[in-house]
Design a protein around this ligand. Sequence first.
Ligand code: UD1
Length: 431
Amino acid sequence: MDKIRILGGVPLHGIIPIAGAKNAVLPLMAASLLTEETLTLSNVPRLMDVTTMANLLIQHGVELSMKRKTPADSYDGDIIELCSRSINNTTAPYKLVRLMRASVLVLGPLVTRFGQARVSLPGGCAIGTRPVDLHLKGLEQMGARIQLNGGYIEASVRGRLKGTKIVLPQISVGATENLLMAAVLAEGETVLINAAREPEVCDLAHCLTVMGAKISGIGTDVMSINGVNHLYGTSYDIIFDRIEAGTYAIAAAITRGEIELLCPCSPLMRAVFTFLKKCGVQIVSTERGVKISAVHGDIMGIDVMTEPYPGFPTDMQAQVMALMTTARGVAMITETIFENRLMHVQELIRMGAQIDIHRTSSAIVRGVPKLSGAPVMATDLRASVCLVLAGLSAKGETIVDRIYHLDRGYERLVEKMAACGARIERISAEL
Ligand code: UD1
């Protein structure tokens, strides 16, 4: 298994292109199951999770072709064509679903178009129990019969699903997406109350609208969907990855460097950029993107609490914690979305960070002048990148193990950071 070796202490300077959003492309690929016509997605990032979703769809019978953009480091992503005219299998097997929790997003599309689906209960990042009860309850309310059998969700409906009012007791990105995709082909009107408003949910809703779905309230917490008889194919360009952009912004800040991100200086970044500005990071929009600079002055410790969008994203919590370990003063970081998402804390402490955990969901981070490099082990995608960021700022060598998590969600991370001067390399486990 590969590792990443970093010799820290070099301020990063350069330009980083930002890829299409992982959390947008996965539901959009699943949405191709909703039509027999071709859905063409562009700005697709090169990620393991995209490959996993592609393999899952292919085994359902989706005809999939991928056009790689050249040169490999081009700003534009890949193009995928997906055609679901001859689906021959509505089972999503454990061997694929366990690799990626987002596989459960095929459930809504399969059951609404084909009246049946058998989907393994998902695995994914080890950040809490992460149930799918909201997905299942919503589908049941729409008339699906749901059974759990041998580790599989078995869902079926006679005829079409029926539109209804669904109040989500908790905001869930995945449940909103699954129910939205189920509702677009259901009979009558579905109202999703307390829906997730994440930009990636909106991207899905916008694409579905271009495909012929009737959706109102996109971007609000109440979405109304009037079911249609069928959807059409279309071409759709995926939004940029705000979490990747935020991660590289922290890379600039933590190394006290300066990086220009090639992505829009968009309102989608507001929560993260507001936080970074409070810390003392300079952020200015440029002709082609946004420049993040921490070359002048200290980083201050600032409290932060994760919340559903438009609040501060949980997917940036670990990276921000890395930044706070060398900030001036104290920062309280509170995770409210997932239980058990502070597993990077113990590894950061091994690098010399001063962090106390309170009641399993809050961490008090007292800034130290410098971290020191160490061998560390990542437990999930964002925790992995947090350790890479810590390693970039630390004195000496850091080896990050279990980097397969990074391949799931960061396209060419080592290359992008090395192009900005980072002393970072991927090493194979035998070395
Ligand atoms: C998505 C994102 C993930 C991000 C998360 C929160 C994708 C592919 N992944 O994950 O990167 O961290 O949103 O922004 O888009 N919950 C339940 N029951 C359910 C569903 C969720 O209790 O049926 C809970 C979860 O355990 C969690 C909270 O709701 O505590 C939010 O989870 P959710 O928004 O569903 O996350 P995902 O869609 O899995």
